[in-house]
Write a protein that binds this ligand. Sequence first.
Ligand code: SF4
Length: 448
Amino acid sequence: MSLQNPKIGFVSLGCPKALVDSERILTQLKVEGYDIVQSYDAADVVVVNTCGFIDSAVTESLDAIGEALAENGKVIVTGCLGKKPEQIRAAHPGVLSISGPQDYGSVMNAVHAALPPKHDPFINLVPDTGIKLTPKHYAYLKISEGCNHRCSFCIIPSMRGDLVSRPVDDVLREAEKLAMGGVKELLVISQDTSAYGVDVKYAEREWRGKPYQTRMKALCEGLSDLGIWTRLHYVYPYPHVDDIIPLMAQTHNGMPKLLPYLDIPFQHASPRVLKLMKRPGAVDKTLERILRWRAITPEITIRSTFIVGFPGETEAEFEELLDFLDEAQLDRVGAFAYSPVDGAKANDLPDPLPEAVKQERLARFMERQAEISTAKLEAKVGTVQRCLVDAIDGDLAIARSMADAPEIDGLVQIQNGFEAGLKPGEFVDVEILGSDEHDLYGEVAFNG
Ligand code: SF4
């Protein structure tokens, strides 16, 4: 067997969303044992993540594809310009594959076809270095692949299959190695973090001489021993999520055992729409449980994503969603106007909404949530927040509080960050002096 890992060149163009896509793809490539190389010559295949928003971005993307073809010859194209495959093929008929934004599955399939992975993805999972575009003080920790749900708007299960959980000791070992390499924050990701271990019947494994079940709570307990931040993404509100909330209120060596933060993709609040989406739909219980979680851990941040304008969504059902926002008072919210995905069951549903209605509802939704988010951030003015520094920018340090996941949430700008000698990857207590709709502003809080 060759000792060398297969090598991928990666060109990332475009906006921060495209950057997130690039990071996800790079993370997956590393997880599967591919090396990321910095030159066309050294690469076996090149992935170009394109932008297609304005004409100059289209030209830049087409030029980048042309250069990669000329220098390397094997090119996989993804990203926004991938929505116009005919334009790409007209200019560059030789590309291996074209996919649109957030279509990680297609990119990975194209990579596998051109260059099979050397490793079993569940062995040798640990990247030796950080992912190129992600600062090395935080890292994504993927705990499973695939999904047992069949949401009608989603094609991930048909691409990736049912849930396959990584054994808990493998995950903990990877996390330990990342922490030893300087990572200060782990972002636990999967398609459905709450379902972790269901497929292996919560099999028990050993790590550092102690037994751990392959189960979300046991994983969180193991991670808490590493003395760094752990943030959970894509948590579905199953009843056993209640079991991990107390960990958010406990500390270990001065660190919260688990960050008081949950990323829960609710997607909608109308039981009928949730049923059409084939999502769990007990909205009343969801609200009750949010209240209970807040009683146990008052500082908990709840982030969610929603789809507005799903086929058949009535004005009354949309207003139900707005009422839910008012009641749930979520801290952070992302929303999308429904758009069909090739191959998804939801495409066959009756009464698709006109684009103008979808956009109008999205604007109303975002306006309502902006008021809530703004008020929630305003309430933090005058408090002291523990933050993790991401970067130094002139006089400022750019940091995130426990309430802010990288890329998707807000920032904390520390006005005297440079003067205070802060460095990326450092924890610091910040006195919050101001806020807006997304971000907080403050200064290093000196104790005495
Ligand atoms: S939306 Fe998420 S939970 Fe639903 S099927 Fe797709 S991956 Fe699974």
